[in-house]
Design a protein around this ligand. Sequence first.
Ligand code: ATP
Length: 321
Amino acid sequence: MRGIENIKMTKLYFIVNPKAGNGKAKLIWSSVEKQLAQQEINYERYFTERSGHGKIIAKQIMESNDKNKVTIIIVGGDGTINEVINGIGNHSSKARIGVIPGGSGNDFTRGYGIPRNPEMALAFLLSEVNNVSPTFDLGKIDLEGDREHFFINSTGAGFDALISYEANQSKWKGLMNRFSLGQLVYVIILLKHLFSYKCTTIELTIDGKKYTFPDTWFVTVSNQPFYGGGMKISPHATTKDGKLNITIVHQLSRLKLLLVFLSVFWGKHLMFKEVNTFLAQKISIYSTEPIYVHSDGEHIGLTPLQVTVHHEPISILTRGG
Ligand SMILES: Nc1ncnc2c1ncn2[C@@H]1O[C@H](COP(=O)(O)OP(=O)(O)OP(=O)(O)O)[C@@H](O)[C@H]1O
């Protein structure tokens, strides 16, 4: 009884992206809203109205709150989570986030052990609100001449960043999502670029040590195993070790890249000699020609960039991860 009273007193902030999952998140919110009313939960709800709005809302919530811990629950996908993380930014030790998966890829929920069923996710979040939540690493990206960016899943540069950029721009993605075929857009764009993409030489400085990789397709820096809607790009990544996992794919024929691409779904790409991995805290990525950079699958700019583990971890309402 006491626990239920405490939940009612703790104010929860919901940030809902009604467009995530091609509208699925909005339907999920309707059912969440009913549950919250039934249980007389104290909450405020914000709908994102455009791209980037999640960041502004989260920033305002953090700045208007002087509480020790502010609990923000996201109803949406990885893009919305990324925006909220960036709004929280340097207040990460004061924030706690929870997620009700409502996107199409939902790599965050996969990697952090959050129930994938929205009703179960809500029940789980409400049962955990009064408990101390575990903390997780947060990645920080510094792009030259730009503000800092944060990521929770992964960042990277090259071929995959180009594909996610084009897929997010594509008007076909929304249409295909309606038939649960959104992933097909990525495959089509991948095939479109497979025979024309120009690999570059990438220079990495990994915890102070320099490496050069000629003919590189892409480099990914991961905080958790999954990206791209279930691809196990970094099977050994753990979210609490204070380190980031680097994966470099280079000097690979175009056809072999397809093989690597298929094997990533099972995390078996590491057996290819053209796939190298490292574990580090600080990574600089420089390419001979500027290439696309993504943060949790969202386009943020071009190389060069520096990636570090942020000094303040973030609390997440989960038991796994
Ligand atoms: N009201 C809105 N209208 C249009 N786009 C929006 C709106 N609110 C947020 N967005 C944008 O929607 C994009 C997609 O959101 P999100 O990533 O959460 O869902 P998804 O792409 O379906 O899921 P996932 O990233 O897990 O595959 C984000 O880049 C976000 O900026």
